[in-house]
Design a binder for this molecule. Structure first.
Ligand SMILES: [Cu+2]
Length: 249
């Protein structure tokens, strides 16, 4: 093969690789690097921001909320559950610690309510250009599934807002903020979407060897989902620094 043809071939395959890359970034949202974890394992996880708001955007901050388990909605096999998250997880409530990391954002802190970390935010500094990825990282405690329950998995719905421009909620659109939130809570932070595909899900699976399902449970066990309340999202999604709300505004 002539050397010039080799170059053409190389250029072609490079184009193909780049097209694949573009396809991936369109479908990838802000998600946890490790989305599923067996109970009893403590680990460091990363929330991966895989794109900004548009081609020219700089993501200047991010706000993350975990369901607090106080007034959260609990679904068991899709049906509302009367009790609390503690019926299924033995130690839920203060399960994450933000890890200091200034690679993308200079400022960051946990959101603490009644002594529990219910979320965190990061912002300021260089931010993230659209073509790159940025992560915020946190350590989570070893979750334990309540042995008397029939839960085989518990999915925690984590809400995220990736901010490209600081605006008030009335000015929210895809060019200023990307909302990885529920679409049906009725808050100003709701994702505009036909399906409830916004939140990043962290699923804790039962250790069936050390914590087997009782004979009274169905063979596959129950799938539990934990969603935040609208009141919690309204309270915990804003970024407040030294008593002053800096986003939205
Ligand atoms: Cu996306």
């Amino acid at each position: 093969m002539k050397i010039v043809n080799k170059f053409k071939l190389a250029a072609l395959s490079l184009t193909a690789i780049m097209l694949v890359g573009v396809g991936q970034s369109v479908s990838a949202h802000t998600r946890l690097n490790v989305a599923t974890q067996t109970e009893g394992v403590r680990s460091i996880n990363h929330m991966v921001i895989s794109h900004g708001c548009n081609e020219n955007s700089i993501t200047v901050g991010t706000s993350v909320v975990f369901p607090d388990g106080v007034d959260s909605t609990i679904l068991v096999n899709g049906e509302p559950h009367e009790g609390t998250v503690l019926d299924f997880l033995t130690n839920y409530g203060n399960n994450a610690q933000l890890i200091l990391d200034r690679s993308a954002f200079d400022l960051m802190d946990e959101k603490i309510v009644d002594g529990n970390v219910v979320g965190y935010w990061a912002g300021g500094g260089p931010g993230m250009v659209n073509r790159l990825n940025a992560t915020t990282s946190f350590r989570h405690t070893a979750a334990r599934i309540e042995s008397t329950s029939c839960a085989s998995s518990v999915a925690i719905k984590v809400s995220v807002a990736d901010i490209c421009e600081i605006t008030d909620t009335a000015s929210f659109n895809d060019d200023v903020v990307r909302l990885w939130t529920h679409n049906d809570l009725g808050t100003p932070f709701d994702r505009v979407s036909d399906t409830d595909n916004g939140p990043a899900t962290f699923t804790i699976t039962r250790d069936l060897v050390n914590n087997p399902l009782s004979e009274f449970c169905s063979e596959e066990g129950d799938s539990v989902v934990v969603k935040p309340s609208a009141a919690q999202i309204n309270r915990d999604m804003p970024i407040v620094v030294d008593g002053q709300q800096i986003w939205p505004q």
